[in-house]
Design a protein around this ligand. Structure first.
Ligand code: TMP
Length: 204
């Protein structure tokens, strides 16, 4: 099973991916938790290039860089783990390219959709964490690190990203589930577990 977490900045995806991985591990599953951009050594190098504020990529180059990182992540990390029977939980995947580059930056959405269709794996379930702008801003203000290139983009960009995630959920309701992420982390975790329980294919 391949599960992805998606959403805008300050939604708490990394925390929720970790809590879900811990719950599933405690329940006896073998779980691999990973992230994008990154999740494999070469892909982590590309992450540095993509998040650094030193570079200003043209939108198509940025799309290809995310997909280059993703190709490496899929081939080196995700496919081997799925082949071993592990549950893979990824903090972001191809929907982030559609939302951030396609909707946020205005990159060619047909190109992104075509590259996504060519991937050899597709999430079985995507949890889209939805956070209100005020809560997201509060959470971001509490972070100590300097803002990366995407975090530094303005509120209009992040509103377009949120619109992108909403469009993805509307287009693929069977794969995607929206969970409100405004509450405390344990409440959000319980809501995520409820979604997993309701969507998980029953054993044959
Ligand atoms: P985060 O996952 O730690 O929030 O940081 C990753 C950043 O990269 C986040 O701002 C979203 C952005 N991103 C894209 O713009 N496109 C993508 O395809 C992916 C995976 C991430």
């Amino acid at each position: 099973m391949f599960i992805t977490f998606e959403g805008g900045e300050g939604a708490g995806k990394s925390t929720q991916a970790r809590l879900l991985a811990e719950s599933m591990t405690a329940a006896g599953s073998t779980v691999l938790r990973t992230r994008e951009p990154g999740g494999a050594p070469g892909a982590e190098v590309l992450r540095g290039l993509l998040l650094s504020r030193e570079h200003d990529w043209s939108p198509p180059a940025e799309v290809y860089l995310h997909f280059a990182a993703r190709a490496e992540h899929v081939a080196r990390t995700i496919q081997p783990a799925l082949a071993r029977g592990a549950i893979v939980i990824s903090d972001r995947f191809a929907d982030s390219t559609m939302a951030y580059q396609g909707y946020g930056l205005g990159a060619d959405r047909n190109l992104i959709a075509a590259l996504s269709r060519l991937l050899p794996v597709r999430p079985d379930l995507t949890v889209v964490l939805e956070v209100s702008p005020a809560v997201a801003a509060d959470r971001m203000a509490g972070r100590r690190q300097a803002l990366d290139r995407y975090e530094a983009m303005g509120p209009a960009f992040h509103a377009r990203v949120a619109e992108g995630f909403a469009a993805i959920v509307a287009a693929e309701p069977d794969r995607c589930a929206v969970v409100s992420a405004d509450g405390g982390m344990n409440d959000v975790h319980r809501a995520v577990l409820a979604v997993i329980a309701s969507r998980r294919p029953s054993p044959a």
